[in-house]
Design a protein around this ligand. Structure first.
Ligand code: MUC
Length: 113
């Protein structure tokens, strides 16, 4: 007797690796203390750039956009778990100066991708 073919489709799969992922929209608003010097700000910005570009190269930070007119960004993360997202966000060098809103995402039925 032949068995029926079972096709498994993960709800959230990474488009390239096929691994199971969770996807989040994050909004990060940055507010440095008034007492912080321009040199300290520049140092934080350089550290942030290196950390952020590492995440982008690793595929965990899929996209980042500046919010027009604000020291804020919206970013799309594709990560293995909620725990991993928390590790990433709390590892940002600017984390102590950020207000972060996270929104979990799932597939839209009308999306063609
Ligand atoms: O928006 C910013 O400038 C802060 C920051 C968070 C990630 C990143 O690449 O930059």
């Amino acid at each position: 007797m032949t068995r029926p073919t079972v096709v498994r489709v993960a709800v959230n799969q990474h488009p390239r690796s096929g691994e199971s992922i969770v996807k989040f929209l994050c909004r990060m608003q940055i507010q440095f203390p008034e007492s912080m010097s321009a040199e300290e700000v520049a140092q934080k910005q350089a550290q942030e750039k290196e950390y952020s570009q590492g995440l982008q190269e690793a595929g965990e930070l899929e996209a980042i956009y500046r919010v027009v007119g604000q020291y804020a960004n919206v970013s799309i993360f594709e990560v293995e778990s909620n725990q991993r997202l928390h590790e990433i966000l709390s590892g940002f060098p600017m984390y102590p100066y950020m207000t972060i809103e996270t929104t979990p995402l799932c597939q839209h039925p009308n999306s063609i991708r």
